[in-house]
Design a binder for this molecule. Sequence first.
Ligand code: FES
Length: 260
Amino acid sequence: MINEKMLITKNTCIAPKIYELTVQGDLVDLIREPGQFVHIKVSDGTLPLLRRPISIASINRNTKELTLIYRVDGVGTKTLSLRSQGDRLEILGPLGHGFPLDVINQGETAVLVGGGIGVPPLYELSKSLSKKGIKVIHVLGFRTLEDTFYQKQFEELGKTVIVTDDGSSKFKGTVIDALQLLNLNYQVMYACGPTPMLAALENGYSDKPLYLSLEERMGCAVGACMACVCHTVDEDDEKGYRKVCSDGPVFKSGEVKLSC
Ligand code: FES
C-alpha cells in the first residue's frame, strides 16, 4: 500500500451523476486482485476531512493507469467531480481483499451480478476471469436505461443482461427477478451492490460458491478505526466480527451478517 499523488488523465461524466476517473502512477503496480479499492483525498485543502473509498473498475499495467467509476452523491464526490485532467490526487491504496480468482477453473462459467454503483469492480473482475479462460455472464441492475454505463465494455467480454427498475431496458425488475428467469448454469457467482441485493442473493443462491463485495461507510479504510465492522455469522468465531476495509470488502457468502 502506498500514498501517492497520482496524475489525473481523465475525469468525465458518463451517465447522470456517474463519473469515470482515470489516474496514473506507481500504485497500479501494487494491485493484486480485482475488487480492491483506493481511498482518495478529494481536495488539496483540509475539507472535506474524510477521504472517499472508491472501488477499482479497471487497470492498465502498461500505461500505469487505473480507472475509478463513482457517483456524485455528496460534498466529497462533488469536489472530486470538479478535479481536472493534469491535477494530482492524493490516493492511498491498493486496499482490502478482492474477489478470489482461484475458486474457478478454465472452461467453467462465472455469473457476475451488480447493482448500480456496485457494477464498476465487476469490470476488472470480468477481464481477469476472461483472461483465465472462464466464461462470464453479467447481470447488471440500474434504475433506468439512462443510468446504465459500461454496457458495451461488458458485452465485449460476455453475455450481458441489463435490468432496470422502470423497464426501459429489455428486463424490468431487479437482478434477482432476472436471475430467476434466466436460470443460468454456472459454477461461481460474484456480486457487488446494495446490501438488500446481496442479502437476496445469499438467500437464494448460496448453494454454489458466492462471493459478495460489501459497500460500507468507512473512516480510516486501513483497519484502525472500526467504523466498518460487520458481525460474523458463526457465533463460535473467536473474534466475532470482520472489518470490511481490511478483511473485505469481498467475503464468501455466509461469513458476515449483511445488516452490519
Ligand atoms: Fe476504519 Fe475499517 S474504516 S477500520
